[in-house]
Design a protein around this ligand. Structure first.
Ligand code: ATP
Ligand code: MG
Length: 293
């Protein structure tokens, strides 16, 4: 790897101690993170994940600022989606700590519902919405607006979805209404609904795991514009994609993963798209050379 790249990079190394929360183990009191409420939407501290004997994540230390867009990059199997699943409560890590908005999360009881309560929303390609349901139902699933007697307030739910469809998602005509079946929506429109939902529930952190895979260029543009809106709205985002150009456009910082580890954290203003592309190429070539020798 050239000296220039090394100089441009802030490769993660020994200074991680400084990022760790101050632990008051002598008094057995709660763990205190100074300034965490203002600074971080999220912190993963020494997270590890094993699937049986396979180590999928090793020593993951990841901070996401309150209004930071993180581009998470890495080859297939690098561990990106495993990070997402831990953050969204799909499964717990084998060890490590998780802090959301400065609060330590009890990983024994953390689940998808808790993640929602903490303001973490996820958008997956095609898997974010139930196919068989109509749009408005899908939007509020598990989080219905109910009246005094526990009945769902259908009118209010439909009105909210309708407003979001027009103002946030920007759906225009084409016969799609709040009563349309999700089956009728294109991939991009589904992503739009999932993102609109995340914004409605005022997610503090929206995670998009390859939201644009198999979308048309126009639809990809829409998703990218949503991420710009997340930034403008003062929220945080983790964006995962194999399209470096898209990742570059929307991210404040790039986290590069390789075989279960974070190998680089690069601030966008420190590196051009071309240099990032070259870095990733040199990095993977460097690994191949090492493997061959
Ligand atoms: N439920 C599981 N059981 C066993 N192994 C798993 C499981 N989920 C992920 N893995 C393994 O963990 C590693 C990381 O997978 P992960 O899905 O996080 O990669 P990724 O970076 O999202 O890759 P891609 O870019 O292909 O989506 C892989 O080796 C994968 O086989
Ligand atoms: Mg993945």
């Amino acid at each position: 790897m050239s000296e220039r790249f090394l100089a441009e990079l802030s490769v993660l190394g020994g200074d991680f101690e400084a990022h760790l929360p101050r632990q008051d183990s002598l008094r057995g009191g709660p763990i205190v993170i100074e300034d965490a409420v203002e600074r971080y939407a999220l912190r993963m501290v020494n997270i590890e994940k094993y699937f049986g004997l396979v180590c999928a994540l090793k020593n993951i230390n990841l901070d996401v600022g309150r209004n930071e867009i993180i581009g998470l990059i890495g080859d297939n199997g690098a561990g990106k989606s495993t990070i997402v699943k831990i953050l969204t409560g799909v499964f717990p890590p084998t060890r490590g700590e998780l802090y959301i908005a400065g609060q330590k999360v009890d990983l024994r009881t953390y689940n998808v519902k808790r993640a929602h309560e903490h303001g973490i929303e996820t958008v997956y390609q095609d898997r974010s919405l139930g196919e068989k349901q109509v749009l408005w139902r899908n939007f509020f699933i598990g989080r219905e607006i109910t009246g005094r007697f526990g009945f769902i307030n259908v009118k209010k739910e439909k009105a909210i979805v309708s407003e979001i469809m027009v103002n946030t998602i920007g759906f225009r005509g084409k016969g799609i209404t709040v009563d349309s079946s999700v089956k009728l929506l294109s991939g991009g429109e589904r992503q739009g609904v999932a993102i609109g939902r995340a914004m409605h529930f005022e997610a503090e952190l929206i995670i998009l795991d390859e939201p644009t895979a198999a979308l048309s260029l126009k639809e990809v543009r829409k998703v990218i514009n949503f991420v710009h809106q997340i930034k403008d709205g003062g929220k945080a985002c983790i964006y995962i994609s194999h399209d470096i150009q898209d990742v570059y456009e929307i991210s404040d910082r790039f986290i590069v993963m390789d075989r279960g580890e974070i190998v680089a954290s690069i601030v966008k203003k420190d590196m051009t798209l071309k240099a990032l592309d070259e870095f990733l190429l040199e990095y993977s070539h460097g690994l191949k050379d090492k493997e061959e020798s």
